[in-house]
Design a protein around this ligand. Structure first.
Ligand code: SAM
Length: 329
């Protein structure tokens, strides 16, 4: 039987964090003072988890972090995961989310290893603004080179994620629309969520889907592209057919009802939601010598308890027990 939760949502999308170290200090994510808080595991342990999840119907595996490209051995790990087959005997759809800093030299080896697509985080197309947000002075050129290398080697689609935070980068909306068209990438704006180390989130800091659409339409009209309900992003193309953008709006337009995701943190804990206040120790069970069957039973029992929805912005909202960099976005 394939994985589903008690609300009947099929779980088909696994995100595995392979480290919570990061070489960027993005203001909406990290304080800049904290380093990694949790250890990471040998790749063989992540691989065992991936294999078991695949046998339960997972179709997509996204490798994330922290910054996943900081981990030596990531290319070999992709090659191993690419050999897995899902419950229907098909290869998995393997993707990586990265800040792109090290991507230009790794795009080809990753593609050769079996990576299909890549998502690069980039929160400004203006280099100075980029440096202010990431708190890394020489990053912009590296990230742009990484995006271009990914396009060149045929990782497709290349998605560029931009978290908008009021007062920092909402003026980058139209420049990102131009960037999507010029570079042939899908730019996806993400509403800022209360998952940052600094705890600076407030409803007013969120640049919402409606505002993004309003601003972008001043540049060119947008036409909505029908999307699958389990997709996080609402998708739009420009009226002349050149360029696509997406908007991920978990705050103003929550999509929990169709969530198909489950996460494993770098230290081997299952998280049923980004905003969960607890996690479930899969790795501890492995250390105690659990068989595959016991791990399957544990995974099923955890997935069944996936929460119905988040409570961001509501009076009873309790902040997540981990921040994004320590979960794996
Ligand atoms: N280091 C990689 C990267 O930069 O893409 C992967 C990890 S990063 C935590 C994953 C994604 O989470 C990025 O796209 C990042 O922009 C997003 N993110 C981090 N903090 C966020 C927040 N508070 N709200 C919304 N998205 C956030």
């Amino acid at each position: 039987m394939l994985l589903s939760d008690k609300f009947g949502r099929p779980i088909t999308d696994l995100r595995i964090s392979i480290t919570d170290r990061c070489n960027y200090k993005c203001i909406y994510c990290r304080t800049g003072n904290e380093g990694a808080l949790y250890g990471d595991l040998p790749f063989s342990d992540y691989f065992r988890m991936a294999r078991i999840f695949a046998s339960l119907g997972i179709k997509k595996i996204r490798i994330t972090g922290g910054e996943p490209l900081l981990r030596k051995g990531v290319v070999d790990f992709v090659a191993e995961v690419a050999k897995l087959r899902n419950a229907g005997g098909e290869p998995l759809d393997i993707a990586i989310t990265t800040n792109g800093h090290l991507l230009s030299d790794m795009a080809q080896p990753l593609k050769d290893a079996g990576l299909r697509r890549v998502t690069v985080s980039m929160d400004a197309v203006d280099p100075d603004r980029f440096a202010r947000i990431t708190r890394v002075s020489n990053g912009f050129d590296n990230v742009l080179a990484g995006i271009r290398a990914s396009r060149r080697v045929g990782l497709w689609p290349v998605k560029v994620n931009c978290v908008l935070m009021r007062g920092f980068n909402e003026d980058q909306i139209i420049p990102f629309g131009m960037f999507a068209r010029d570079e042939g990438v899908v730019v996806r704006f993400i509403e800022f969520m209360p998952l940052e180390e600094d705890r600076v989130w407030a409803p007013e800091t969120v640049v919402t889907l409606d505002e993004i659409l309003r601003r972008m339409s001043e540049y060119r009209p947008l036409i909505e592209i029908p999307h699958q309900r389990s997709e996080t992003a609402r998708r739009y193309r420009f009226d002349d057919g050149v360029g696509e953008i997406g908007i991920i709006a978990p705050v103003s337009h929550p999509f929990c009802g169709h969530c198909s995701r489950i996460r494993v943190t770098a230290d081997g804990k299952i998280r049923t939601r980004l905003c969960s206040v607890w996690d479930h120790d899969l790795h501890e069970l492995m250390l105690r010598g659990a068989s595959d069957e016991e791990l399957v039973a544990f995974i099923r029992s955890v997935v069944a308890r996936k929460e119905e929805r988040h409570h961001i912005g509501e009076p009873d909202f309790v902040p997540a027990s981990r921040t994004m960099v320590h979960i794996g976005g």
